[in-house]
Design a protein around this ligand. Structure first.
Ligand SMILES: Cc1cc2nc3c(=O)[nH]c(=O)nc-3n(C[C@H](O)[C@H](O)[C@H](O)COP(=O)(O)OP(=O)(O)OC[C@H]3O[C@@H](n4cnc5c(N)ncnc54)[C@H](O)[C@@H]3O)c2cc1C
Length: 290
């Protein structure tokens, strides 16, 4: 299909963003990497009066560490996330997720801000920032506010973003010596959205699990935090029995809808398999060999 008619404005800074939004109100649609938005225009799922290109806004760029927090600008492209040394050191889960997202051409343009704002329930990055207990920095003309990732995803393709707000950055607590994380997924083909996936982050202190965060994607209306599985792991030595307990707890945690990939029971099965794979990947080498 053909795109609807719309105007185009390229913002040079945040002041330009606020000006265009004031002129167009709800008709202004932010354009970042364009990898999702341009497809929705072609299908007439979105009919903005103006595309507001933010890709030249310097305030939304860059990756930096300060006081135990890694700040990632919303315009950071997926490919940049995957190779950035600060991300690899302080939030390795994000770098590990990148090869699972689409294909190189999409990763070279798609941005972390765009992925979080679109909030596809099968996307990797929303689940990762939830597993990392990150915070989103949301900017509007009258200032910034911070929203915890657990409060940001509010429903299917819905977020806590208010009219006139954009995602400026993501703040992630830096990994410590005891932090362990991994992401696992099952997709039909390399580069496809996941049929089911798991982003996992925990602290392993003397072999004992602390603060586990297991976030499943592709199995709900948004990323799903598994509270029962986390409770089954908390304070336990990470071993085969703990992993089995976490798998069993998923029966209460997950209520996946049927979708194009298959029925709920298939999704539950995939999540149990992913849980075992992810936790086994975090076992000390001696335990894996046993
Ligand atoms: C073929 C294909 C396969 C894909 N496979 C995957 C996959 O496996 N996993 C995955 O996670 N993603 C996948 N994607 C999506 C890809 O990751 C997109 O890049 C991403 O979802 C959107 O990022 P973007 O920067 O391109 O955003 P855009 O397309 O520019 O924008 C998307 C939406 O977010 C809004 N937006 C953008 N930036 C901001 C901001 N800073 N603040 C507020 N709102 C904003 C826009 O207004 C728009 O509504 C795929 C895309 C395609 C085309």
């Amino acid at each position: 299909m053909k795109w609807p008619a719309f105007a185009y404005e390229r913002a040079r800074n945040l002041q330009d963003v606020w000006r265009v939004q004031a002129e167009h109100g709800d008709g202004a649609r932010i354009l970042a990497g364009g990898q999702t938005l341009l497809a929705t225009l072609a299908f007439r799922l979105s009919e903005p009066s103006v595309l507001l290109d933010i890709t030249r806004v310097a305030e939304l760029r860059g990756v930096a560490v300060s006081g135990g927090t890694l700040r990632i600008g919303a315009l950071t492209r997926h490919a940049e996330l995957g190779r950035d040394p600060l991300v690899r050191q302080h939030a390795p889960l994000l770098a590990e997720a990148v090869p699972l997202i689409a294909h190189p051409a999409i990763r070279n343009r798609g941005t972390i801000g765009g992925s979080l704002a679109y909030a596809d329930p099968a996307a990797e990055l929303p689940a990762c920032i939830l597993a990392l207990d990150a915070t989103l920095v949301l900017a509007a003309q009258d200032g910034e506010r911070r929203v915890a990732a657990r409060d940001f995803f509010t429903g299917l393709l819905e977020t806590a973003l208010r009219p006139g707000e954009l995602i400026a950055a993501i703040e992630v607590p830096v990994a410590t010596a005891s932090t362990r994380s991994t992401i696992q997924e099952v997709a039909r083909r390399s580069g496809d959205y996941a049929m089911a996936g798991l982003a996992l982050c925990l602290q392993l202190e003397g072999g004992v699990v602390q603060a586990p965060r297991l976030v499943y994607f592709g199995v709900g209306s948004g990323p799903v935090m598994a509270q029962g599985a986390a409770a089954a792991l908390q304070g336990r030595v990470l071993d085969g029995a703990a992993i089995a307990a976490a798998e069993a707890a998923l029966a209460q945690d997950l209520d996946p809808p049927a979708d194009l990939h298959g029925p709920p029971e298939m999704k539950r099965h995939l999540c149990r398999v992913l849980t075992r794979r992810a936790l086994t990947a975090l076992l000390p080498a001696t335990e894996k060999a046993a």
